[in-house]
Design a protein around this ligand. Structure first.
Ligand SMILES: *Cc1c(COP(=O)(O)O)cnc(C)c1O
Ligand code: SF4
Length: 357
């Protein structure tokens, strides 16, 4: 088995290397040659791509597409707008803030896959925005802001840092009295499960007053392997909670069958679906975007009532004013002074008394 560092050293990020895994199409070849973009992933994740089918859901997340050249709806300088980076409050580059009690703490710009649909492309893929990743400055800011009780360590992928660096960040955060919980956003359980090794488990695990949640990103059932399942089990056994933040992607997971299978398989792997994100209007990813209603339709027609309640993510759109829920609301059909009329997932009706307040 190839260890995690070798997985990164041997990353599949050149045309020659990609050809060892798949039969590259002419369009893919042209995209790789003409797009000035960072791309690639681990050999582990690359080996899950279909050899011949350019529509393979994993392949579309990994291999650049000529469609990225077209940008009709994407907002320029997207992250500046989205992360309120030009407003009055003085903050270190590493801290993104949209809420009073929690912040995102960006600690590096590297990933185990440079997702073609990434809305943070300006930072992690194309480096149009160069942030100063001064971890001590970020920690200092959090220490001074007593209202921050929840820190979301993000990137890039924070788990690509060495165990020593991760330990430093976690121990420093745990030593801040007002920090009650730590979240880590990482695709490693999906694209680099080898990363969940003994050293990392020692750093993250054990009984602590400041618990850790890892939220990963898995968008298609094909991304989940036996190795993912084992890594997730190790994290949970060490006391680390694992959730998923899927992105709604056109042609990848926007049909009922795939969508339901994804959420059932996540749960069967002990990964709790947390969010379903609408694909954000960043530049060059128009081709991945569905209508906004699509996500709530999929939840209504594919999940709610149709499968285990725990498999239901919250559908949200992330904006410059925070995340906005977009859950389906078809159930209250009518209401009068006496009763509510309600509808279930099969279209059947029932009534309940309306209790006057
Ligand atoms: C998403 C996000 C959070 C966390 O939001 P939750 O709804 O609590 O998961 C916090 N800060 C920023 C800047 C975010 O984008
Ligand atoms: S892992 Fe996350 S930050 Fe990295 S490229 Fe993918 S979506 Fe973007």
């Amino acid at each position: 088995m190839i260890l995690w560092k070798e997985q990164l050293e041997e990353a599949v990020n050149t045309l020659e290397r990609l050809e060892e895994f798949i039969n590259v199409t002419d369009d893919e070849r042209e995209a790789i040659k003409t797009l000035n973009t960072k791309w690639g992933t681990t050999p582990y994740f690359a080996s899950l791509m279909d050899v011949d089918d350019p529509n393979c859901p994993i392949r579309k997340q990994v291999v650049p597409s000529l469609k990225e050249k077209k940008n009709v709806y994407g907002i320029e300088d997207y992250l500046i707008w989205k992360e309120n980076r030009d407003n009055e409050e003085e903050r270190p580059d590493t801290i993104a803030r949209q809420y009073h009690d929690r912040v995102a703490f960006t600690v590096l710009d590297q990933c185990g896959i440079y997702c073609r649909h990434c809305f943070r492309k300006e930072v992690v893929v194309n480096h149009d925005i160069n942030l100063r990743f001064d971890i001590d400055e970020g920690l200092g800011w959090i220490r001074e802001h007593e209202e921050v009780r929840d820190v979301l360590v993000t990137g890039g992928d924070p788990l690509l840092l060495s165990n020593g660096k991760i330990e430093y960040i976690i121990t420093s955060l745990r030593a801040i009295p007002h920090v009650e919980m730590i979240r880590i956003g990482s695709r490693t359980p999906i694209v680099l499960p080898q990363r969940i090794n003994e050293g990392l488990l020692d750093v993250l695990g054990g009984y602590h007053e400041v618990p850790i949640w890892i939220n990963t990103q898995c968008n298609h059932p094909k991304e989940i392997t036996e190795q993912t399942a084992r890594s997730v089990y190790k994290l949970l056994s060490a006391g680390v909670n694992v959730g998923n933040q899927a992105v709604l992607l056109k042609g990848i997971n926007d049909d009922i069958k795939t969508f339901r299978e994804l959420h059932q398989k996540l749960l069967a792997t002990r990964i709790r679906p947390y969010y379903l994100f609408y694909c954000e209007p960043a530049p060059g990813i128009d081709h991945f975007r569905t209508s906004v209603e699509k996500g709530s339709e999929l939840i209504r027609d594919g999940l709610r009532g149709h499968t285990t309640g725990l498999a239901q993510p919250m559908y949200v759109i992330a904006t410059n004013v925070g995340k906005i829920p977009l859950m389906p609301d078809y159930y209250i059909i009518d209401k009068n002074d006496k009763e509510y009329k309600l509808k279930n997932h099969r279209g059947e009706y029932t009534t309940l008394p309306n209790i006057a307040e």
